[in-house]
Design a protein around this ligand. Structure first.
Ligand code: GLN
Length: 582
């Protein structure tokens, strides 16, 4: 244990700077007074709760201030020992800083996917056949521990094949990489999960197909001959408990297990095949292997819990809710690779191609996916497609990567994603930096910065000509913000007049010329440049506090010409409306 006495004394030689604490305090105080409620609200806005493990001392100290006003001195005393965590949380330094905004978009996607009723429940056992097909839930958890969920996220369901990559991780942890892979391969199979085919070297293709998962169960079972399959299942449930944040119980469905066992003919066929080929590790009993495998499928959890487990993987094995290391980063790396090439059954290739995230599905309707270094999420909806993947779950993943730069190869675009959102903290700061760099470079006549400026100005002036409601002064303000200095009104007016008379002399409208121009320049513009242009125009169009139909159409056409993803315009408009409402 550290010497608790000395912590404060150690720094007594230097006077602590109070102004940083004051600005933290200002975030939770009204008229220089805070309360538990105001602090709680601010924390909740970031997606966290006072129960966060990083705020344990703060929470205890806050108890003493129930119904009492908190002034700056009290606040300092309350947060002192957890100052760094508090600063991070209160001042938007979590992995997704604009949490409310991010959640709005998630909610929108959730609602878009909701009416999708295609697919069918798995029907090989009654529990799955009779499950309510309408259930629909999405839960997510970031590596900073921010959580959000919508819909049926607290419904316990059997995890089925979602168990497979984690049983594999468990085996790697116990038996090591070399021994484990003597019995199971790392190749996509291209066949359905219950296929009997093995690789030419007679190993199962990977840990996600039933043959591989059975082999993993055999490894685990043979490593602890003294334990029954049920005891080993309990160990694996404890492992899931740690992965999912230790706050909700991991259940086991005896009913599922019994149904699985009575219909497991195909799994028995695979098991005998494995035994008859290379043999089972350490000659483990075949029935014990099957029992352990099916028991792992019969573990019951909620989407909310699975999202935390996914976040633990996203965070390199450290659970963001407890701060405990559950797996080593090395094992997580291998587990994610397995999920990536085989997690979505024989649709894994297409899923990687289109969504670009490691994920695992189960036939009860769960999908658990990982955005490395950002977050984990889990969806639940029982209707499955022909591969056995939840239809809504897969649809959600598609829409998520349409909006956000979460596809693992979005990073290759060199900042040309068509302005998909990147909600990450580092990107947030990057944007501010980029704008001030543009401003600085512009003052030296940098070619790229000048191009952005000219395109922004021309586009704004052109929509001003097209829509007489727009004032030149608004454009002036926006341009001044880009350059960071005053610009002459007369210069802008002359430019506008020149464009206007040119328009009168020709048959094409300046707006059409601009659209053409933008679209031919778009390859040369990075996301940041496109955003500056689009945002400038957007602000001009919204200057009167409304977006009229005509303006909306112009914005859409401009975004299209710039190669900006169409959904962004609506997102911007919603964001603008929310700001207006505030
Ligand atoms: N438990 C089932 C089986 O082994 C289904 C597993 C899964 O989700 N694909 O056949």
């Amino acid at each position: 244990m550290m010497n608790t006495l000395s912590n404060q004394d150690r720094y007594l030689t230097s006077t602590p700077s109070t102004h940083q604490i004051q600005s933290l305090f200002d975030l939770v105080a009204h008229d220089n007074i805070a309360s538990i409620e105001t602090i709680q609200q601010r924390i909740a806005k970031c997606g966290l709760s006072l129960d966060d493990y990083r705020l344990r001392t703060m929470r205890t100290r806050l108890e003493e201030y129930k119904n009492k006003p908190i002034d700056i001195d009290a606040f300092t005393e309350i947060v002192r020992e957890e100052l760094l965590a508090v600063k991070k949380i209160l001042s938007h330094q979590l992995v997704i800083p604009e949490w409310q905004e991010f959640c709005q978009i998630i909610l929108k996607i959730f609602n878009e996917v909701d009416p999708n009723h295609s697919g069918r429940n798995a029907n090989y056992i009654p529990v799955l056949r009779d499950a309510d097909p309408e259930k629909w839930g999405v839960a997510l958890c970031t590596v900073s521990g921010q959580r959000y969920s919508i819909g049926d996220v607290d419904v316990y369901h059997s995890i089925q094949s979602v168990s497979k990559p984690l049983s594999y991780a468990y085996a790697l942890n116990k038996e090591g990489v070399d021994f484990t892979h003597q019995f199971v391969g790392t190749e996509p199979s291209g066949s359905p999960f219950n296929d009997l085919r093995l690789m030419p070297d007679r190993r199962p293709f990977n840990p996600s197909v039933n043959a591989g998962a059975l082999m993993v169960a055999a490894l685990i079972a043979s490593g602890s001959p003294e334990k029954s399959a049920r005891e080993l299942t309990q160990d694996i449930m404890d492992f899931w408990f740690a992965l999912s944040g230790e706050s909700e119980v991991v259940n086991f469905s005896q009913e599922t297990m019994e149904s699985e066992l009575s219909t497991a003919h195909n799994n028995f066929a695979i098991a005998y095949l494995l035994q008859g080929n290379k043999g089972l590790p350490r000659d483990v009993d075949l029935n014990k292997m099957i029992e352990l495998y099916l028991s792992c499928c019969s573990i019951e959890m909620t989407s909310s819990m699975l999202s935390v487990a996914a976040a633990t993987l996203a965070n390199g094995g450290i659970c963001p809710i407890t701060g405990k290391q559950v797996l080593s980063a090395e094992i997580v790396k291998k587990t994610l690779a397995v999920m990536q090439f085989s997690g979505m059954y024989d649709n894994a290739g297409t899923f990687l191609f289109e969504v670009g995230l490691p994920a695992k599905s189960g036939v009860a309707g769960a999908v658990m996916a990982v955005v490395p270094n950002v977050m984990g999420f889990a969806t639940f909806s029982p209707r499955l497609d022909t591969y056995g993947n939840s239809v809504r779950g897969v649809a959600f993943c598609h829409k998520l990567v349409d909006r956000f730069t979460f596809h693992m190869y979005d990073s290759l675009s060199g900042g040309r994603t068509g302005c998909k959102f990147d909600p990450r903290e580092s990107q947030h700061n990057q944007k501010q930096r980029d704008l001030s760099d543009i401003r600085w470079a512009l003052s030296y006549g940098d070619r790229y910065a000048t191009k952005i400026y000219d395109l922004a100005m021309t586009t704004m002036v052109d929509i001003c000509i097209a829509d007489t409601d727009i004032e030149l002064d608004v454009i002036k303000n926006v341009l001044e913000e880009i350059v960071g200095t005053k610009i002459a009104r007369s210069e802008l007016r002359d430019f506008a007049l020149a464009r206007q008379s040119k328009a009168l002399a020709e048959t094409v409208s300046p707006f059409d010329v601009t659209l053409k121009n933008l679209s031919s320049e778009k390859e040369a513009l990075d996301d940041n440049g496109r955003e500056i242009i689009f945002e400038s125009v957007f602000r001009v169009a919204c200057a009167d506090g409304e977006v009229e139909t005509e303006e909306y159409d112009m914005l859409l056409r401009i975004s299209e010409a710039l190669g900006i993803y169409a959904g962004i315009v609506d997102l911007e408009i919603n964001r603008f409306k929310r700001k207006q409402a505030r």
